[in-house]
Ligand binder design. Structure first.
Ligand code: PEP
Ligand code: CO
Length: 461
């Protein structure tokens, strides 16, 4: 699929834009964008097409998609320990899911570029003064004295993304994935003996499967699902100046023709606030070859969703678009059936993913934002059930998570309470699942699929 004739990497500039960033010095912005435009691609058309192929399998139910990472990645997270921790938890989760769902898992991290955030308000109050909101490290600093939009940060985003990706690639090339074989897992954080026992049982069975794979795979170059370490990166396509300066016309490895690729990430998504069918963000995303996501919320009308799909994917390529639903635990029943029905009638075959995070944000008693593990599991289980009842299938999950032991979400097997949140509350944006809560979710999904072979109840924690 070549880009439409009326599209260029900057055709979005003629469309209405929301969440735009206003800089004081446009010459400075232009100098930065020219520089970005000359910097080398971070990802290749080969990798992008590989992910497109894998997502086609996901859309057809032959593989499962795991997306996860920080809400707002900071330049500071571009460091050895946080990168290793995040990679480790995503690999562990994918191993559990591969085993549970009995399908390969495609891993797409919110990482190496998730630096820009949409905000509900452009300003906020700080010590009685109105200041600009933090828009992500790509735009301004979290420090209240550093809120002016700084174009140099766009270059900072490129270099931090490149350094992160470089280390991820080095780790995977050096056998990091093998180090996270289940035999090394520690389940000491699990409070309930019964739950720990259940998890241990899964880990033992995984270890067995893993050992078996090592034996049958020894000396063979064939990549079995459990051993494959493909790893892709994604971020929200929000700062269109940045995205279009990394958009290049390159030769497609499959068709040998020139196509437009966003070379700053394998996968890009459009957020719930910027998905207007006639707006700038949808205009930009419709011309690139990369697989793309669209967040779908309670305010998405089913007809608008089909209009969006027709616009982004007129050839109806299977798995080109991932629909990431995020309604809130109590709204899935109300909205999802009509979305599934409209999409089915349109003939599009997207990847259906559940983001059980963004519809379930609450204020904790201490005033910080939190999410309750039970709500997250509730949204997931409702979504699995509704897809099934509608003759559809949930193809993947999308989480905000970190590899560290933060205390931002309530609940999980370590049973974090509201009053524990202040122990290690780190996020500069939305609350994330910590490494233990992330594994909890993976275990529960694995158990769901295990039980589904017998009955359709979602297991409780
Ligand atoms: C996000 O994924 O960080 C986000 C802002 O989500 P949404 O657009 O669904 O609100
Ligand atoms: Co978020």
């Amino acid at each position: 699929m070549a880009a439409p004739n009326d599209w260029t990497p900057s055709s979005w500039k003629s469309k209405p834009i929301v969440q735009d960033v206003v800089y004081e010095d446009q010459d400075h912005v232009d100098r930065v964008l020219n520089k970005l435009n000359r910097l080398p691609p971070m990802v290749s058309p080969q990798e992008i097409e590989k992910l497109r192929e894998q997502l086609k399998d996901v859309a057809l139910g032959k593989a499962f998609l795991l997306q996860g990472g920080d809400c707002a990645e900071l330049f500071d997270y571009c460091s050895q320990d946080p990168i290793e921790a995040k990679l480790k938890v995503l690999l562990q989760m994918s191993l559990v899911l591969t085993w549970g769902a009995r399908t390969p898992v495609v891993r797409v991290a919110r990482m190496a570029g998730q630096y820009a955030k949409p905000r509900s308000k452009p300003t906020e109050m700080y010590q009685g003064e109105e200041i600009l909101s933090f828009r992500g490290d790509n735009v301004n600093g979290f420090d209240p004295k550093d809120r002016k939009a700084d174009p140099e940060r766009l270059l900072g985003a490129y270099f931090h993304s490149a350094a992160t990706l470089n280390y991820v690639r080095a780790l995977l090339d050096s056998g990091f994935a093998d180090l996270h074989a289940p035999s090394n897992w520690n389940l000491n954080h699990v409070r309930s003996d019964a739950v720990r026992h259940e998890y241990q049982e899964i880990v033992s069975r995984l270890t067995d499967a893993f050992d078996y794979m090592q034996v049958v795979d020894a000396g063979s170059t064939q990549n079995a699902a459990l051993r494959s370490v493909d790893f892709f990166v994604a971020h929200e396509s929000l700062l269109l100046d940045y995205e279009s300066s990394l958009t290049r016309q390159l030769t497609s490895p499959s068709s040998k023709t020139k196509k437009w690729y966003n070379t700053g990430a394998h996968f890009l998504w459009i957020g719930d606030r910027t998905r207007q069918p006639d707006g700038a963000h949808i205009e930009y995303i419709r011309g690139i070859e990369n697989p793309v996501g669209v967040k779908v919320g309670p305010t998405t009308e089913p007809e608008k969703l089909v209009e969006l799909l027709d616009k982004i994917n007129p050839s109806k390529a299977i798995g080109k678009v991932t629909l990431i639903t995020r309604f809130g635990a109590d709204k899935v029943d109300k909205h999802l059936p009509a979305h599934i029905e409209a999409v089915r009638n349109s003939g599009h075959i997207p990847v259906w993913v559940c983001d059980p995070m963004h519809g379930n944000t609450k204020n904790a008693s201490g005033g910080v934002k939190t999410r309750h593990f039970v709500d997250i599991i509730q949204e997931l289980s409702q979504t699995l059930r509704v897809h099934k009842e509608c003759g559809s299938k949930l193809n993947g999950v999308h989480f905000e998570l970190t590899g560290d032991s933060v205390t931002e979400c309530v609940g999980g097997s370590m049973d974090l309470k509201d009053t524990d949140l202040s122990t290690n509350y780190q996020t500069y944006c939305d609350p994330r699942l910590n490494c233990h809560q992330s594994l909890d979710v993976a275990f529960l999904i694995a158990k769901y699929y295990q039980k589904e072979r017998i009955s359709s109840d979602f297991p409780s924690l």
